[in-house]
Ligand binder design. Structure first.
Ligand code: PLP
Length: 418
């Protein structure tokens, strides 16, 4: 295939950042590694690894309760990471940020806490393109409370939400509208600001699943004006096991607690606990201090590149991949053709996604194959899964060309176009 990507800027980010990711400099099955599984998890720059190591070598102690120097330092590092996260998302205050294990825990936290006041007759609205993380917690809460769970449909394999049906579904009995900002299986970018305004207009809360947008796309929460937003640190160059939940204004004070334990109380008697205010009420037990330090370092790293630049780079690679892979006979590509995020879901004619991904791995290329935790959506499209290539700023056009070459070869050898 001949390259149709005619931009010199696409590879500039890769050239600049590649040295910070030693993991990328290795061979897999005798071929240079090409890592295109970034939507599942990103690689971590040495700056993040160093920050975590520095924390453990110099500052580690338990936070908040200590009255000694190391505990003060650990507390400062942890609370500074909260400030950094608020700034990264353009929240108004660090009191609007709770650290979680990731997006999944953030959705569970809100579903569980809000669920305590849900009852039969209330409605929860999500969309057909949600990741299981933003579907199963709501299914559980609907089952427990008798609230009704509604789905805003996806129109077709181009992956747009059917916004014509929004007014019918988003009625005043909807308590919360929770939707994915960027779809992990389609690459669709949903109009978060418009959807949140719609939710507000009927008195519903809004929850934006930012797992794929947080460090990949310019995100300004005051502009989006959502009630809740969640991200996962491991998808933006940070460590695993740390993420953030934003709740607007005083919402954390209005919700009941999630987990009980140390750190989240101001006083406990044998009769009852009295909870702390704001985010601390939701952080029971020893928190993930080193994770928060690593997350803040990842945010510094991302911002040293710029989220608009990252988005432009990833989108260009994705659009190029989308156009080129579409030329292979029998290929089905999913998600929007333009204005998409940096990932592409596809199937090569006559091949199961798992076979395709296994064969690509033999050439050192890491793709993902399966339902991408959007099983109902795959069923709607009549497939069990797709292959997915997802890009980040350290990827480059040469890698995409090599991947396309390998996929073309696989398709010719193993594809069944009958
Ligand atoms: N939401 C979306 C759109 C995702 O892509 C993912 C992970 O792939 C999640 C939620 C869950 O994120 P985590 O596993 O980090 O909690």
């Amino acid at each position: 295939m001949e390259s149709t990507l005619n931009t010199n800027t696409t590879d500039a980010l890769s050239l600049r950042t590649r040295k910070d990711f030693p993991i990328l400099d290795q061979e897999i099955n005798g071929h240079p590694l090409i890592y295109f599984d970034n939507a599942a998890t990103s690689q971590k720059p040495v700056q993040v690894l160093d920050a975590v190591r520095r924390y453990y070598e110099h500052d580690n102690a338990n936070v908040h309760r200590g009255i000694h120097e190391l505990s003060n330092r650990a507390t400062l590092a942890y609370e500074s990471a909260r400030e950094r996260t608020a700034q990264f998302l353009n929240a108004r205050s660090s009191k609007e940020i709770v650290f979680t294990r990731g997006t999944t825990e953030a959705v569970n936290l809100v579903a569980s806490c809000l669920g305590q006041s849900l009852k039969s007759g209330d409605k929860i609205l999500i969309t057909e393109m949600e990741h299981h993380s933003n579907m199963v917690p709501w299914q559980l809460i609907a089952q427990r409370t008798g609230a009704e769970l509604l789905y805003l449909p996806v129109k077709d394999t181009f992956g747009e939400l059917d916004l014509d049906q929004l007014d019918n579904l988003l009625t005043p009995d909807v308590r919360i509208f929770s939707f994915v900002h960027i779809s992990n299986s389609l690459g669709t970018i949903n109009p978060a600001k418009v959807l949140c305004a719609k939710a507000r207009s009927v008195g519903a809360l809004s929850f934006v699943d930012g797992a794929q947008s947080g460090g990949h796309y310019p995100v300004d929460l005051q502009d989006i004006d959502c009630d809740f937003y969640a991200l996962s640190g491991h998808k933006i160059g940070g460590p695993t096991g740390i993420g953030a939940l934003y709740a607007k204004g005083d919402l954390f004070n209005e919700l009941p607690p999630y987990h009980g334990g140390g750190e989240m109380i101001s006083e406990v008697t044998y009769d009852r606990p009295i909870f702390k205010e704001g985010p601390h009420k939701f952080e029971a037990g020893t928190p993930n201090m080193s994770g928060a330090v690593g997350l803040a370092a990842a945010m510094d790293y991302i911002d040293s590149i710029g989220r608009q630049a990252i988005y432009d780079h990833d989108r260009e690679l994705a659009e190029y991949f989308y156009n080129e892979i579409s030329k292979l006979p029998g290929t089905q590509v999913y998600g929007p053709k333009e204005n998409r995020a940096g990932l592409v879901s596809f199937l090569l004619g006559g091949m199961h996604a798992h076979d395709l991904v296994t064969l690509a791995d033999q050439k050192g290329i890491a793709l993902r194959g399966g339902h991408h935790c959007t099983q109902p959506l795959m069923k709607k499209f009549g497939v069990t899964g797709t292959a997915r290539a997802s890009f980040y700023f350290y990827n480059n056009r040469q890698e995409v060309d090599r991947c396309l070459e390998v996929l073309e070869h696989i398709q010719k050898r193993f594809g069944d176009l009958e």
